[in-house]
Design a protein around this ligand. Structure first.
Ligand code: PMT
Length: 217
């Protein structure tokens, strides 16, 4: 039985990868399994929150009681985030959002051509920055930072540049942690504070993240 630290709060969490289509049968994506985001949703529910879980394509069973919204692309994620964020006390961006999408999505399956194929990509909208810059109903905004080097400095850069309140950094170069694993380690950064959460299961880390969040809502 967990202390009901989030009773009366609504938390919107994004999880999993996005898929950016190239043609009717192909897409660009990444290795996010959704495990970290789903663990956050489960932890928020255990602490008594109402939870919206905006999820990219994953194979996980959503936690009982979460309001599940399925999306595929970053564009669809942005649309749902902008509907739910202003109705939320906190917004947590754990999804691995593709930074770029195809400039043009082919209507028909692309045919095999020469030995090289060049794709033109264009930048996707930054979902968490859009939420953090809402003028009406801006929620407490928490990002994640997936880094393979200089974790602290890149994470702190994202905290500032995206106008976030808090960021959870993970070093995704460590094997057995981060993407598609049951374990992780996080460093939480606020503008004037930081906290290390040592290697643990994603469920245990999610409970720690949520209790830190509860203190600040
Ligand atoms: O899903 P799992 O297999 O459990 O793996 C968990 C995880 C490694 C995916 C997770 O812990 C994690 O780090 N998620 C964020 C991944 C990511 O996209 O990080 P980033 O450093 O590229 O992005 C920084 C922040 O901006 C994130 O909050 C991201 O959701 C957000 N973002 C990024 C790009 C974009 N166009 N829009 C965004 O909102």
């Amino acid at each position: 039985e967990q202390p009901q630290l989030l009773t009366g709060k609504t938390i919107t969490i994004t999880a999993g990868p996005t898929r950016e289509p190239l043609d009717p049968v192909r897409f660009i994506s990444n290795h996010s399994s959704g495990k970290m985001g789903y663990a956050l949703a489960q932890a928020a529910l255990l602490l008594g929150a109402k939870v919206n879980l905006i999820s990219g394509p994953v194979t996980l069973t959503p936690p009982t009681g979460a309001n599940l919204i399925k999306i595929e692309s970053a564009g669809q994620l942005l649309e749902q985030a902008l509907i739910l964020a202003p109705k939320s006390d906190a917004f947590i961006g754990c999804a691995a959002v593709a930074d770029y999408r195809a400039a043009k999505v082919a209507e028909q399956k692309m045919k095999k051509q020469g030995d090289e194929l060049t794709l033109t990509l264009v930048k996707n909208p930054d979902v968490i920055a859009a939420v953090a810059n809402l003028t009406d109903g801006r929620p407490y905004t928490v990002g994640f930072a997936a880094e393979t080097q200089d974790v602290a400095s890149y994470a702190k850069g994202k905290l500032t540049n995206k106008n976030l309140d808090m960021i959870c950094a993970n070093d995704v170069s460590t094997s057995g942690l981060g993407f598609n694993s049951d374990h992780n380690a996080l460093t939480l950064f606020w503008h004037n504070e930081q906290k290390e959460l040592a290697i643990d299961t994603k469920s245990a880390l999610a409970l720690s993240v949520m209790s830190e969040l509860a203190k600040r809502l």
